[in-house]
Design a protein around this ligand. Sequence first.
Ligand SMILES: CC(C)(COP(=O)(O)OP(=O)(O)OC[C@H]1O[C@@H](n2cnc3c(N)ncnc32)[C@H](O)[C@@H]1OP(=O)(O)O)[C@@H](O)C(=O)NCCC(=O)NCCS
Length: 371
Amino acid sequence: MTMVYSPGLDGVVAGETRVSCVDQGRLLYRGYAIQELAEKTNFEEVLHLMLYGELPGEERLQYIMDRLDDFRALPEQVYHVLQHIPATVPMMEVVRTMVSFAGHFDPVEGDDDEAIRQRAIWLTAQVPSIIAARHRLLNGDEPVKPRRGMSHAAQMLYLLFGEEPDDMTADLLDLTLVLYAEHEFNASTFTCRVICSTESDLVSSVAGAIGALKGPLHGGANEAAMRMLLRFKSADEAAKWVVEALERKEKIMGFGHRVYRHGDHRAHILEQKMRKLAHKKGQDHWLAIYDAVRDPVRRLKNIYPNVDYPCGLTYHLMGLPLDLFTPIFVSARVSGWSAHYLEQSRGNRLYRPLSEYIGQAERTVPPLDER
Ligand SMILES: CC(C)(COP(=O)(O)OP(=O)(O)OC[C@H]1O[C@@H](n2cnc3c(N)ncnc32)[C@H](O)[C@@H]1OP(=O)(O)O)[C@@H](O)C(=O)NCCC(=O)NCCS
């Protein structure tokens, strides 16, 4: 066997998948182009596509919506634990802990494929409820009880803010969920599949994946990108800073991608909607700052925004707190992780790569008093 070392597994094919692919810069979920899914489907339809392999008809879509509604309520013990987590703990860490904790109250029995799909729907329903309950408890508000019959995105906003959102806000959140649902062998999905490959359970695999998504080089970039934009009072200030930051060889959050070298379609789709939202809200100054960062990165480094760059500003314009940005990403990606879990668990082979040892040559252990 030839041994090949590629830092960060760059260029290494680590598995086969039917869930999604990036083909010459185009992202497809189970064969459907992301542009078309973004235009014609909502998150619940994509969830069905992820778990069952096909888009649902009307009856199946209603089924998925009903199941999500069945699974939204949190166990009483979850509220109790949420109140005991220190207020300073970031929301992503809370979500990681609470997904694991909620797993002790998993209402689904069995481990066959359908049981795993049901567990995945349950997890998808639980995550927004966890985020919203924590958000409200931190602000001294009572958690809101879910209402049946709302879309997943509208429900999330309702649980957070206690009132039904307007259509534009709910639709935009829904679009980000569709765009965030799946992205082949990224770091968190790979983490999920590695955990699954040990024949561990779905909740453990998702909890591990959340830990991987949290980092600013992965899902944490949407929050990090907005934190960067918030530092600037004007487009001039932003443009000056970004040129200097690039000279210092700093990474600009929300830019670049291991797979896309000529731009991320998801960023393009979202950017157009984000501009409309900014106009509607009379917040055009943000667009000037957004462009003032984007243009020099493209001009000087030939690096393009990834989906997290417009997503950060989109969520900010929607009035969502920064700490929720990456947790909302989790609430969408649970669907993709679960699809990969299902796929990995069929025809599984344990992930166990090799490493190249670069440490000390063999030596003898000296007695304790000689060390
Ligand atoms: C996503 C990311 C980790 C991919 O990294 P990668 O494939 O390992 O790319 P590299 O780190 O090898 O970068 C190649 C070159 O582009 C530069 N580069 C990559 N992303 C950059 C960024 N966001 N800002 C500035 N320069 C960047 C690197 O510094 C490097 O330059 P060099 O050749 O002069 O040393 C990287 O682009 C990044 O850190 N982006 C910011 C975080 C982010 O937005 N993550 C979300 C991804 S969806």
